[in-house]
Write a protein that binds this ligand. Structure first.
Ligand code: NAD
Ligand code: DEZ
Length: 382
C-alpha cells in the first residue's frame, strides 16, 4: 500500500510505518504536489495547503482514502471524493486548544502593552464550534465575559447555549473569529468583516483573526488603518496565503504566519486522528477488528519546563507569567516581522519552532488555594 503524506505532519513515520514497506511511505511538499506524483497512491494524507480535487486525482484509479490533518476543509473537494467513493476524514478539533491559547496569549500581551484590565474585556466569539468553544472555556476560567454568534448552531436546536447576533458580537471589546471559509450559502463567511462592518468598529476594539484570511477584507482593513483608525489588529491568517498584503503588517499589533494551531500537540493530534481513521478504514475493508497500536502520548516529549509551583494565590501577574512562559505570541510575531520578506510564508510555517500547550506544564497551587484558575485554564494538575 502506498501512503503519501505531507512532510509537515509530525510523527507520520511513527504512526503509519506499520501499514506499508518503508519505500511506500512517501513524504511530499504540500504546496507542490502534482497529479503525476500521486498517480499510484492508495492513501493521501494532506494539510491545508494541498488542494485535493479532480485535477489532482483524476488519473489515480487506486486511491481509497484521503485525510487532512487539519480542522479546515476548504482545500478539499468533498463532493468529488464522495462521487468517487473515496473515504475522507479531517481532524475536527485537533488544534482547537492551540488556537484558543494563541488568543489567550494575544489578550495577555495586549492587556500588558496597553495597561488594560483583562478581566474587564468583553469578548465576542464568531463561530461556536470546536475552537470557539475551547476559547469560551478558557475565558470562563479567567472570569472574562463573552458572547457567541453562530447562526447554524442556533438553528440546529442541538446546542442549548445562548447565542447572540453578529451585530452584538461586533460591539464587544474583543472580536475573535473562528469560522470556516464559506463562500456560498445562507451563512457565507467570505468577507464577513467587509468594508462596511469594519468601518463601524470603534477605535478601542481589538479584532483577532485566527481562522481563515478571507473572513476579513484585508484591503478594506488596510484602508481603515491608513485613515488612522485605532482598531487593534491581531492577524494569524491572511487573505490570499501564502501571499500577504505586506503594507498591512505595520498596522497590526500581532502578526503571525498561520501558526495559531501549530502547538506540537495540535499538529500531532491531527496525525493521530488520521491514523485512527485509517485503522478504521482498513478494518472495514478487511472486515477485521480495529486496533490502535500507537498513541500520541507515547511520542510526545516532556516540555522544557514541566513543573511550576505557585507560592502565592493566583492573580493577574501570575497569569501573565504562566501564559508567557508556555507561549508568548510575541516570539512568533517577531519572527514574522523579521523574516517574512526574506524567508516567505511557507518557510516560516515549515520551520516553526516547537511550541507546547498549557497542559504540558504541571502547576502546583498553594495548599488550600482559594482558586483553581490555572487548571481550569488548561494547565496540568498531576
Ligand atoms: N489559524 C489556525 O491555525 C487555525 C487552526 C484551526 C482552525 N482554523 C480555522 O478555524 C475554523 C474554525 O475552527 P473550528 O475548530 O471552530 O471549526 P468547527 O467546524 O468546529 O466550528 C466552526 C463553527 O463556525 C460556525 N459558523 C459557520 N458559518 C458561520 C457564520 N457565518 N457565522 C457564525 N458562525 C458560523 C459553524 O456553525 C461552526 O459551529 C476552521 O474552519 C479553520 O478554517 C485555523
Ligand atoms: O485548519 C486548520 O486545522 C488550521 O488552519 C491548520 O493550522 C492548518 O495548518 P496547515 O495544514 O496549513 O499546516
Amino acid at each position: 500500500m502506498k501512503i503519501f503524506f505531507d512532510e509537515n505532519m509530525p510523527y507520520a513515520n511513527d504512526f503509519f510505518s506499520d501499514f506499508c514497506k518503508a519505500e511506500e511511505l512517501i513524504p511530499f511538499s504540500g504546496r507542490d504536489l502534482t497529479a503525476e506524483q500521486v498517480l499510484d497512491a492508495d492513501v493521501l494524507l494532506v494539510r491545508s495547503i494541498t488542494k485535493v480535487n479532480e485535477a489532482l486525482l483524476k488519473n489515480n484509479n487506486k486511491i481509497s482514502f484521503v485525510g487532512t490533518a487539519t480542522i479546515g476543509t476548504d482545500h478539499i473537494d468533498q463532493a468529488y471524493l464522495n462521487d468517487r467513493d473515496i473515504t475522507f476524514h479531517s481532524a475536527p478539533g485537533c488544534n482547537a486548544i492551540s488556537v484558543a491559547e494563541y488568543v489567550i496569549s494575544s489578550l495577555v500581551i495586549l492587556a500588558e502593552r496597553y495597561q488594560l484590565d483583562i478581566q474587564k474585556f468583553s469578548v465576542g466569539i464568531v463561530g461556536g464550534g470546536n475552537t470557539g468553544t475551547r476559547l469560551s472555556e478558557k475565558l470562563t476560567a479567567l472570569g472574562i465575559d463573552y458572547i457567541i454568534c453562530d447562526p447554524l448552531l442556533e438553528q440546529s436546536k442541538n446546542d442549548n447555549r445562548v447565542f447572540s447576533s453578529l451585530e452584538e458580537v461586533l460591539k464587544c471589546d474583543v472580536i475573535s473569529l473562528h469560522v470556516p471559509k464559506v463562500i456560498e450559502g445562507e451563512h457565507p463567511t467570505y468577507h464577513l468583516l467587509d468594508k462596511s462592518r469594519l468601518n463601524n468598529l470603534k477605535n478601542d476594539q481589538i479584532i483577532i483573526n485566527a481562522c481563515r484570511g478571507e473572513v476579513i477584507d484585508n484591503q478594506a482593513l488596510l484602508a481603515l488603518k491608513k485613515q488612522g483608525h485605532g482598531l487593534k489588529v491581531v492577524l494569524d491568517v491572511w487573505e490570499g496565503e501564502p501571499d500577504v498584503l505586506m503594507p498591512l503588517i505595520e498596522y497590526t499589533e500581532i502578526a503571525t504566519a498561520h501558526i495559531a494551531g501549530y502547538s506540537l500537540e495540535g499538529k500531532a493530534r491531527g496525525t493521530e486522528m488520521l491514523y485512527q481513521a485509517l485503522c478504521d478504514h482498513i478494518a472495514k475493508q478487511d472486515s477485521s477488528s480495529i486496533e490502535y497500536k500507537y498513541q500520541l502520548v507515547n511520542f510526545l516529549p516532556p516540555a522544557n519546563i514541566s513543573m511550576i509551583k505557585l507560592n502565592q494565590e493566583f492573580n493577574e501577574v501570575i497569569l501573565n507569567q504562566l501564559v508567557k512562559m508556555v507561549y508568548d505570541v510575541r516570539r512568533d510575531d517577531a519572527i514574522f516581522r523579521q523574516q517574512i520578506a526574506s524567508q516567505g510564508f511557507d518557510s516560516l510555517r515549515k520551520n516553526y519552532p516547537v511550541r507546547r500547550e498549557f497542559s504540558s506544564v504541571q502547576v502546583t497551587l498553594l495548599p488550600n488555594a482559594l482558586s483553581d484558575v490555572p487548571h481550569h485554564l488548561g494547565f496540568n494538575k498531576t
